[in-house]
Design a protein around this ligand. Structure first.
Ligand SMILES: [Zn+2]
Length: 681
């Protein structure tokens, strides 16, 4: 296909109803050639920017760059939607081909010296250009993005950076494979007589694990978290719990070919070198530069008080568990492999109830209606389902979303049921993002879920977790749909990693608001609302064990930060881990959730390096943000909802996240509400 044919192709020229792609005209065989042509078209657009002889201006450079690649955006958004939600062999084969092509394409753009020269020219004279705040921020972020990719380095520096990136990426792959090898290698084979205390679901998972390892008829404890955690929770056999705990905490540290000690040492050294090369004090400073937290100090200001409270709570919890152990006849010293076991005994004693009792109250269609209802009460949005429009799969549902004044806001597509052509999990994405630059673009946002499809004629029922997931992903969808920005690169969810979960986690809070449940959580047979005491019991049970959970998480986050906030790399990472934990007074009865040699978030790639904290950061934000509503006594307080819309859901990345949060809340968040929610205070 030639570049000139692109404009007419259904993958790039969307002629379906409501401005959607016409999915009935898209064949799997189309993607490959359209991708190639769209990549070429984008290259030509970049070439046209850099070939310009007139001086760089916002219009001829920044705007041209932002609006370039429309065909590529369109074919990509449909392709990645299909790859996740409705794949097949042809799509999968193409995925392996497209992913490296895209990565080469975009790294060539970020290394384009002529392009950077024009951006740099604008950046250097930005103060004299009289730019509005959003344009200035887009210019600054674009410039920083180039700089972080090495645009300001000399030839040797660029070469060195490329070599470092390549080594880091291959070390990251090795790290992940080593963890996997240790997890596959180790198994503890048990027989019928060794299973005291184990629930049926675990026994059958262990039987299957043994069978796949060639030991049919026996039971295997493996190091997969889905077996390890319940095993150490339920097994009455202390010796077996200890064996499993020891193997689990030593993954990646067993000597031999799969040992990660040297891999970690090399990675930390290369990361420190990379940060220095790019002009940062530490790798953490580099990674945190474009986040809400901004500095390691801000991360510590958040985590340190949480750590102190968690230590107190865990110490008190341990005393209670020790009493329980003694009462059960144990005269051994309480150890790390006893914690989950006695904690479960305590939980069963304190919070006996059956979560399955809640399910008949949570019909899928009612939970969707509840999501829409909350969006109506907070933001005045209305949702109208448009039947008979073809999506990527017959289960796709299409909703037209309108503002309170009846004007068009967005399209929302949703695909709720599990099937074999869909990957697991739940997510939000965009077929098209919203912005006003150029001819503008209306948000087309979608949610994918994996709920079990009921037999024809029956209502789909959700668990509480599933209903929460639906609210969570819908919160992300609102972030995309309510976006009100000029520039595409700051639209919707294009915000930092430690801010992006705020709109989604915050939205979950409205699921359990009594007014919402009373209206929407009606029993599938009787039509009666969900009993409040049942729900309260379930919610109370969730904060149980918070001391343990907070310690194991926060220890990992603090060690991650300690590694990366120093200007150099420790010579012996594992000794440094021990030293860091000693300084923290880590209880020896709790292990880090992820010890260094198997901390895949941080070492199997770059995703959460110096970033593991952001899970808790987001939790602090959502708890603090919802407590703003609670403080007014009205979960739908209109004045606050207006601020929430303007500063959180509509602003995308158009402003610094800290500035946005303060504009909504009046102050920076504190961890108080999060700690209260976790039951730490
Ligand atoms: Zn999320």
């Amino acid at each position: 296909m030639s570049v000139s044919d692109l404009a007419a192709h259904p993958l790039t020229n969307w002629q379906g109803p409501l401005g959607l792609p016409d999915f009935t005209k898209i064949g799997d065989g189309d993607f490959g050639s359209v991708f190639d042509a769209a990549l070429k078209a984008h290259e030509a657009e970049i070439e046209a920017i850099t070939a310009g002889t007139e001086q760089a201006s916002i219009e001829n450079t920044l705007q041209a760059l932002e609006l370039a690649g429309e065909a590529l955006d369109r074919v990509s958004s449909i392709f990645w939607c299909r790859a996740g939600a409705h794949t097949n062999d042809a799509i999968q084969a193409l995925e392996r081909e497209v992913a490296p092509k895209m990565s080469r394409h975009f790294s060539a753009i970020s290394m384009n010296e002529k392009l950077f020269a024009r951006i740099d020219d604008l950046y250097q004279k930005r103060d004299s250009l009289k730019l509005d705040a959003e344009t200035l921020r887009v210019l600054e972020r674009t410039w920083k993005g180039f700089v972080r990719s090495g645009a300001r380095l000399d030839t040797d520096g660029k070469k060195r950076l490329a070599a470092i990136n390549e080594q880091l990426s291959s070390l990251g792959t090795t790290f992940g494979q080593n963890v996997l090898a240790d997890e596959r290698e180790w198994a503890l084979f048990l027989d019928e007589g060794d299973l005291a205390g184990l629930p049926d679901f675990l026994k059958s998972a262990m039987a299957e694990a043994a069978e796949t390892r060639g030991q049919k008829g026996r039971y295997a404890v493996t190091l997969s978290r889905s077996i390890y955690e319940p095993f150490t929770t339920f097994s009455e056999r202390r010796d077996l719990r200890e064996a499993a705990w020891r193997a689990f905490t030593r993954r990646g540290q067993n000597g031999g070919a799969s040992d990660n000690t040297a891999v970690v040492r090399d990675m930390l050294r290369l990361r420190a070198e990379k940060a220095k090369l790019l002009g940062y004090d530490s790798f953490a400073a580099l990674k945190l530069d474009d986040t809400m937290a901004k500095t390691p100090k801000a991360v510590h200001d958040l985590l340190d008080p949480v750590w102190e409270k968690a230590l107190e709570k865990a110490a008190a919890d341990q005393k209670e568990l020790e009493r329980l152990a003694t009462a059960a006849g144990s005269n051994e010293q309480f150890a790390a492999w006893d914690w989950r076991f006695y904690q479960e005994k305590l939980r069963a004693e304190k919070f006996a109830f059956d979560e399955a009792e809640l399910k008949p109250y949570l019909q899928l269609d009612h939970v969707i209606a509840a999501c829409f209802d909350v969006a109506m009460r907070l933001f005045g949005l209305t949702f109208e389902e448009k039947k008979g429009i073809a999506g990527w799969h017959p289960d796709t549902r299409v909703f037209a979303v309108k503002n309170a004044d009846g004007s068009d806001r967005a399209l929302f597509l949703a695909d709720y049921f599990a099937r074999s052509s869909k990957r697991s999990g739940a997510w939000m994405s965009a077929l098209q993002s919203g912005y006003s630059l150029g001819k503008g673009s209306k948000p087309i946002i979608y949610n994918i879920m994996n709920f079990a499809k009921p037999p024809a004629g029956e209502a789909a029922l959700l668990s509480v977790d599933e209903a929460k997931t639906l609210f969570h992903e819908f919160g992300h969808a609102l972030h995309g749909m309510l976006t009100d920005v000029t520039w595409p690169s700051v639209s919707g969810t294009s915000v930092s990693r430690d801010f992006v979960e705020l709109p989604s986690q915050l939205y979950e809070h409205w699921l359990t608001v009594p007014a919402v449940l009373e209206k929407h959580a009606l029993h599938v047979k009787t039509g009666k609302p969900m009993p409040k005491d049942l729900l309260d019991k379930m919610l109370a049970a969730r904060t149980f064990g918070a001391g343990f959970a907070t310690i194991e998480f926060t220890a990992s986050a603090l060690v991650d930060m300690a590694y990366h906030a120093r200007p150099d790399a420790p010579a012996e990472p594992l000794a440094f881990e021990t030293e860091t934990l000693e300084k923290l007074a880590m209880p020896d009865t709790i292990a880090m959730r992820h010890r260094t040699p198997h901390f895949s978030h941080v070492f199997a790639g770059d995703g959460y390096s110096a970033g593991y904290y952001s899970y808790m950061w987001s939790e602090v934000l959502d708890a603090d943000a919802f407590s703003a509503f609670e403080e007014t006594g009205d979960p739908f307080n209109p004045a606050l909802a207006k601020k929430l819309r303007e500063n959180i859901y509509a602003a995308g990345g158009s402003k610094d996240p800290e500035e946005l949060y303060i504009a909504f809340r009046g102050k920076m968040p504190t961890a108080d509400a999060m700690m209260a929610k976790r039951g730490l205070v």
